[in-house]
Design a protein around this ligand. Structure first.
Ligand SMILES: C[S@@+](CC[C@H](N)C(=O)[O-])C[C@H]1O[C@@H](n2cnc3c(N)ncnc32)[C@H](O)[C@@H]1O
Length: 209
């Protein structure tokens, strides 16, 4: 057992059959969902900080939104998705958990949504959509966050690719360079206090000053 497997084992809990069903669907259909250690971190942060209003950029099939909404009865999630097939599957899953009242999906490109209509009282924003646009998402949606609110960014080491000196595929190389740039931008953003964590695929937690 390596270090990652050992921590997964320690954190392992009896799981809901329906959650396992979504995880299996994601594996079978190659839908990228948050890794287990990342989800454990995200849900722990939500519990500790007593978040109630969450905004997610990138719903996919609703896995992270459902896991967040299930934490307690006071949590409401608004989540943005631009892909119609993902949207359909997410709706199905949200229905399956009877969470229609607690999870609202906005079907649109997150860069096209009028963020001012969302208000400015979110406790936490989870950025988990197109990696090349992270800085744009962050700048656009930071307005929706209350003072002291949190932004969690996932996939900051992008399957360890950011440690490779050369990458044959030009598009992947460009994407990796964008992620590196985003990490440095986050590090130097004085409007937020950011800490980076070697958890899952690399996570940053930014606290609005
Ligand atoms: C990594 S998946 C999200 C996984 C999900 N948060 C989870 O952990 O269960 C990223 C999703 O973001 C969506 N996406 C990418 N760019 C987007 C954009 N600009 N606006 C809205 N959705 C976007 C993709 O279609 C994809 O379904």
């Amino acid at each position: 057992m390596n270090k990652d497997e050992y921590f997964l084992f320690l954190n392992e809990q009896e799981k809901n059959e329906k959650i396992i069903g979504i995880e299996n669907y994601a594996i079978k259909n190659r839908v990228p969902i948050i890794q287990k250690p990342g989800l454990d971190f995200l849900t722990a942060i939500i519990k500790i900080s007593k978040c109630k209003k969450i905004l997610e950029i990138g719903t996919a099939i609703g896995y992270s939104a459902i896991n967040c909404a299930l934490i307690n009865k006071d949590i409401y999630v608004t989540t943005i998705e631009r892909d119609e097939l993902m949207l359909k599957e997410a709706k199905k899953n949200i229905e399956l958990f009877n969470l229609n009242e607690k999870i609202t999906i906005i079907y649109n490109d997150a860069l096209e949504v009028n963020e001012l209509e969302l208000g400015n009282d979110y406790d936490l924003i989870f950025i988990d959509a197109a990696k090349s646009q992270y800085q744009k998402f962050f700048e656009k949606y930071a307005k929706c966050l209350k003072k002291g609110g949190l932004i969690v960014s996932d996939n900051l080491i992008f399957h360890d690719l950011i440690f490779k000196e050369t990458i044959a595929n030009r598009n992947t190389m460009q994407l990796v360079n964008k992620i590196k740039k985003y990490n440095l931008w986050l590090k130097s953003n004085t409007l937020f206090n950011t800490k980076f964590f070697n958890i899952g695929d690399g996570i940053a937690l930014s606290i609005k000053k």
